[in-house]
Design a binder for this molecule. Sequence first.
Ligand SMILES: *[C@@H]1O[C@H](CO)[C@@H](O)[C@H](O)[C@H]1NC(C)=O
Ligand SMILES: *[C@@H]1O[C@H](CO)[C@@H](O)[C@H](O)[C@H]1NC(C)=O
Ligand SMILES: *[C@@H]1O[C@H](CO)[C@@H](O)[C@H](O)[C@H]1NC(C)=O
Ligand SMILES: *[C@@H]1O[C@H](CO)[C@@H](O)[C@H](O)[C@H]1NC(C)=O
Ligand SMILES: *[C@@H]1O[C@H](CO)[C@@H](O)[C@H](O)[C@H]1NC(C)=O
Ligand SMILES: *[C@@H]1O[C@H](CO)[C@@H](O)[C@H](O)[C@H]1NC(C)=O
Ligand SMILES: *[C@@H]1O[C@H](CO)[C@@H](O)[C@H](O)[C@H]1NC(C)=O
Ligand SMILES: *[C@@H]1O[C@H](CO)[C@@H](O)[C@H](O)[C@H]1NC(C)=O
Length: 440
Amino acid sequence: MKLTSTSAAHLLAAVVYLYLQPASGANNSSKAPTLPLSSDSTFNFDLLIPLGLALTGGSDISPVLGVANKVEPGNMTSYYEEFYKLANYTKQQAEDPENAYDAINVRDTWFSTANYFRRADFFIHQNWSNPDIMTLWAEQTSAFNKAIAALPIPGKRIRIPARKQNFTIEAIWYGAASTNTTAKLPTLVVGNGFDAAQEDSYHNFCAPAVLRGWNCITYEGPGQNTVRRYQDVGFIPQWEDVGTPVIDWLYENQASVVDRDSLAILGNSFGSLLALRVAAFEPRIKAVVAIDGIWDFYQSAIASVPTDLVLLFEAGKKQEFDSQLLERRATDQLSTMAAWGLDQGLWSFNTHSPFDFITQAKEYEVSDFVKKIKVPVFIGNGEFDSFVTGQPATLKQALGTLGTLHDFNGTAGYHCQTGATQEMVRSFFAWLNKIFPKSM
Ligand SMILES: *[C@@H]1O[C@H](CO)[C@@H](O)[C@H](O)[C@H]1NC(C)=O
Ligand SMILES: *[C@@H]1O[C@H](CO)[C@@H](O)[C@H](O)[C@H]1NC(C)=O
Ligand SMILES: *[C@@H]1O[C@H](CO)[C@@H](O)[C@H](O)[C@H]1NC(C)=O
Ligand SMILES: *[C@@H]1O[C@H](CO)[C@@H](O)[C@H](O)[C@H]1NC(C)=O
Ligand SMILES: *[C@@H]1O[C@H](CO)[C@@H](O)[C@H](O)[C@H]1NC(C)=O
Ligand SMILES: *[C@@H]1O[C@H](CO)[C@@H](O)[C@H](O)[C@H]1NC(C)=O
Ligand SMILES: *[C@@H]1O[C@H](CO)[C@@H](O)[C@H](O)[C@H]1NC(C)=O
Ligand SMILES: *[C@@H]1O[C@H](CO)[C@@H](O)[C@H](O)[C@H]1NC(C)=O
């Protein structure tokens, strides 16, 4: 995948990938399938994320468009400030006793507040000591907890110790059955990738799942928002060590409501690779939904490094590679996407060395375990998902008849179908309905 400035127009920020081209020309939105929300294509994509969450009560349209109207394209500080202001403003409304007269108002205002605090956090990870990394997260967590407590069936945070390694998985359980039922229901296990939070996954996947009578559980492991922040652990390739304890927890704690024959795992973005890895090692999983199938994480990372620096990387010149790349970041010579991808990559892989980050990326390859996957896989294929160009088709080919490639074209073609959540969700649930016909 060689990224040009034109393909960068379609790139998405909530992605695992480095777009290390100079800033000029990386803002061309003229090929975007939707009306641009910013002349900076990365900001355009990032502004679609909170709009997509509106579908399930996670935001309000005009307030987000108001942020889009005020944010200076490409200025990360401005992005942070505008969302922080909106979060503060919405939090004030949530705290107003008159507003909080019923559970619907309570959860709507707190869900939106939580989302806006998460958005304010998105571009601030360059400096790990920035106290906002912790304070904004505390705010979003507190707001989200108030919201899920006000759901008709409250969501429950749980902590699951990993058995083989020394970290604790942070999860949220959303049961679909209201009261006293012992009906066993199909269950969706949802994991994110490089940057998104399990709170985003409630809106994108669990709210639609529960409406369809599916139990849902989201989880975070090393490198992801909670575990990285509070346990100081970066990504690990052995993702079965994260997924298996979650399935154990379902078997041990929700045995009366989980239909063991209808247990599916969904991975979002880089999380699709992680979900495939869990399915390869975990026979209790009966189907996989890979939202924009990724095959080789390293390929995505290295293909976008400028040629002069790729040569340094390949020659193993760690110090030169690191100092030159970090210098370009420090002097603002990278596109918004490249700068964000580098910041997020270093933070989530818990390293200050770009060389180390990209070296670690080599350990994430579906070919290592694809032969162990024995269950059907839905593979999303976004037309404008330049981050994984060609990879969904490679995944489909390797899986043979187990893989179903689903094209998301046009306005649903952004990475992870951002902004077209309904079309994405409808598509994979229609597929799940064929896999588990009796459960739906
Ligand atoms: C943006 O893309 C359009 C369509 O491909 C092209 O005509 C235009 O020259 C590009 N502009 C820049 C600044 O790259
Ligand atoms: C977008 O690109 C155009 C043409 O290269 C440039 O003049 C403009 O300043 C850029 N805008 C941003 C926000 O980077
Ligand atoms: C970015 O936005 C912030 C906040 O609005 C502002 O203080 C700063 O001057 C802007 N930076 C640039 C380079 O324009
Ligand atoms: C939001 O509120 C907090 C605490 O009340 C305050 O410290 C912060 O400056 C506010 N942020 C903005 C962007 O107004
Ligand atoms: C990072 O943030 C800390 C805490 O705000 C600050 O003391 C430090 O100067 C910042 N470092 C850089 C390089 O800006
Ligand atoms: C659920 O069970 C509790 C305790 O057994 C009982 O008090 C309650 O009425 C039941 N609710 C329904 C809707 O059956
Ligand atoms: C887990 O163990 C590793 C290696 O011993 C150590 O570096 C890390 O800090 C530990 N993490 C936690 C959360 O205890
Ligand atoms: C999506 O676009 C691809 C490439 O142009 C095409 O092959 C495919 O048939 C399209 N799929 C749908 C569902 O329109």
